[in-house]
Write a protein that binds this ligand. Structure first.
Ligand code: GDP
Ligand code: MG
Length: 163
């Protein structure tokens, strides 16, 4: 079994953009657990000879704010269960939102490695805006731009250090 990396975070932070950048090929979803909504994409990737699977979560979350929050919580809990490493994606344009704090609270309780990924850092000006994400209480973070790809090499270097 290769290491499983789950990408979590609230909608619109750029999880799927990052997923598409990280994966080399998509996997068919083989799921023996029936009756569970697995709202996720699976892919395979590799960095410096280390292979891993990537799960993109929360693709179809829709509805009212309440449903929204419950769904995100469920997605994060599922990811915590099945992944070996969690990438928690946040958005430097929006800063820390209440929903980010909710997700951070769940992630602070686990012993699995969590990498905080500050996305949409498209230019040097935004590097300093990323400081506020220390307040999530999850330690250091990596800044990236999923659309340009900058920082994703450093992210992958960090990722393979933890497995
Ligand atoms: P998800 O809901 O977390 O999966 O987010 P998506 O990957 O669907 O991206 C949401 C929006 O953010 C899209 O319009 C993306 O083009 C945009 N986006 C994603 N990554 C970046 C980034 O690094 N910089 C900027 N400026 N926009 C981004
Ligand atoms: Mg998505």
């Amino acid at each position: 079994m290769s290491t499983i990396v789950a990408i979590v975070g609230r909608p619109n932070v750029g999880k799927s953009t990052l997923f598409n950048r990280l994966i080399k090929r998509r996997e068919a979803i083989v799921d023996s657990v029936s009756g569970v909504t697995r709202d996720r994409n699976y892919g395979k990737s590799e960095w410096n000879g280390k292979e891993f699977s990537v799960i993109d979560t929360g693709g179809y979350i829709k509805g009212s704010d309440d449903i929204f929050e419950a769904e995100i919580r469920k997605q994060v809990e599922l990811a915590i269960d099945e992944a070996d490493v969690i990438m928690f994606v946040v958005d430097v344009e929006e800063g820390i939102t209440p929903m980010d704090d909710e997700v951070a609270k769940l992630l602070r309780k686990i012993t699995k490695p969590v990498i905080v990924v500050v996305n949409k850092v498209d230019n040097a000006m935004r590097e300093k805006d990323a400081y506020e994400f220390y307040n999530l209480g999850l330690g250091d973070y990596i800044t990236i731009s999923s659309t340009s790809g900058s920082g994703t090499g450093e992210l992958l270097d960090e990722l393979i250090k933890v497995f």
